[in-house]
Design a protein around this ligand. Structure first.
Ligand code: NAD
Ligand SMILES: O=C(O)C(=O)C[C@@H](O)[C@H](O)[C@H](O)COP(=O)(O)O
Ligand code: ZN
Length: 370
């Protein structure tokens, strides 16, 4: 049975709906057919998701007369690289994807990011639909139009803003997601509370454990609240000229840790975000910007969910050391005129953009972690 709510991302000519609920993949054809110029599409997915949910989507599209081909990429962050982008775009062209077609990204944030980027450049831009299957992709990466691959120099450095034309977040599929991946997605949910909604943070303190354990109603509510918050920010600032940078809370530290650990399974993106948010709050507290008890409260919640490892135990991080991490932080896209921008906090639920952060302060802060 299909049961879904809708959040609209109001971006004028690039506006789209995010449908959140159950039975959305089983009925995908009915939502997708009206968007197609011809009843033909290509699904891009990864090997795990293809095995679990690929056939269900193919069958749902066939029910509405949509012929679909499937391209399956390797799972994991290492897929967000140039060689994969080349292979993906060549395969899309070989399958005859036309400029007016809409391709489908079925998977987590890795598939959404690389497929969205491929769509943004294929024949100078075709449309794409997000069917996010990880918690992280449902609450964050499928919405807002940031698409990218990683570069040797840093995370998501080659990409484009390219909005999807539809997002189908089917919470049924979360039941096959491994626990570690669920927790990684949960970090991005905590982010919305920590950056701008204290009441949501309190709700997560109360319901986080049950949500992670599998409660569908709580998951649906968390996805809806998260994407609603993201949609409002993206509507105000689509290409991160200002306020959208708040969605980067924890990411300057987190992306540096991901780079230091080689974009590998040593540290998932969401895990880096959890550690990075705790660091951003602790740094804010040590700078006298935020009460220490708020930093402790955030740490306590993340620790209760098993999400705050000692960073120096992560292969690659000790080798990088404070100086190495600081250097990686300077690849951040928020750097302006060679100066570091961090998302810091006044309190839980109130983050702000701090420009021109002194590197010495960050180095001394990082040294205390080692
Ligand atoms: N564009 C954005 O705004 C944005 C936002 C946040 C994160 N991201 C990016 O998203 C990526 C992380 O996304 P992710 O955490 O989804 O990682 P992912 O895409 O690697 O998916 C996580 C793992 O779960 C598997 N998986 C996905 N759905 C499943 C399901 N329903 N059942 C079983 N297994 C499933 C995948 O095969 C993979 O092994 C990072 O590259 C990050 O940079 C982008
Ligand atoms: O949508 C945004 O804006 C975000 O910053 C969301 C982040 O969770 C996401 O990881 C994003 O890809 C990071 O953006 P980047 O510009 O730092 O690469
Ligand atoms: Zn993120």
């Amino acid at each position: 049975m299909q049961q879904a709510g809708t959040v609209r991302v109001g971006l004028g000519g690039r506006a789209y709906d995010i449908l959140i609920g159950t039975g959305l993949i089983a009925n995908a054809g009915e939502h997708i057919a009206p968007l197609l110029q011809r009843r033909k599409t290509v699904i891009v997915t990864d090997e795990h998701v293809a095995a679990l949910h690929g056939q269900a989507l193919m069958a749902a599209l066939a029910k509405d007369g949509i012929a679909a081909e499937m391209i399956t990429l390797p799972a994991g962050e290492a897929t967000k690289r140039f060689e994969m982008l080349e292979s993906l775009t060549e395969q899309l062209l070989a399958l005859g994807v036309e400029r007016k077609d809409a391709i489908i990204a079925l998977g987590g944030g890795v598939i959404g990011d690389i497929t969205g980027f491929a769509a943004s450049i294929l024949r100078r831009g075709c449309r794409f639909i997000q069917i996010p299957t990880s918690l992280l992709a449902q609450v964050d990466s499928s919405v807002g139009g940031k698409t990218a691959i990683n570069a040797k120099a840093g995370k998501n450095l080659i990409g484009a803003f390219h909005q999807p034309v539809l997002v189908l977040a089917d919470t049924d599929v979360l039941h096959t997601l491994p626990e570690r991946e669920l927790k990684a997605g949960y970090a991005e949910i905590v982010k919305y509370g920590a950056l701008g909604d204290f009441e949501f943070f309190e709700w997560l303190e109360e319901h986080g454990t049950a949500l992670l354990a599998g409660d569908d109603d709580l998951r649906r509510e968390a996805v809806t609240r998260s994407v609603s918050a993201k949609a409002r920010i993206v509507e105000e600032d689509e290409t991160e000229g200002g306020v959208r940078a708040l969605l980067n809370l924890g990411h300057t530290f987190g992306h540096a840790l991901e780079a230091a650990t080689g974009y590998s399974s040593t540290l998932l993106h969401g895990e880096g975000v959890a550690i990075g948010m705790a660091m951003a709050f602790r740094f804010s507290a040590e700078e006298g910007l935020c009460p220490g008890q708020d930093a402790s409260r955030l740490e306590a919640h993340l620790t209760a969910c098993g999400m705050l490892p000692d960073i120096t135990t992560l292969a690659g991080v000790r080798e990088a050391g404070p100086e190495g991490l600081l250097k990686l932080m300077y690849q951040d896209k928020k750097v302006e005129d060679g100066r570091l921008t961090l998302i810091l906090a006044r309190r839980l639920g109130d983050a702000f953009i701090a420009k021109d952060v002194e590197p010495d302060k960050v180095t001394r802060f990082l040294e205390r972690y080692f």
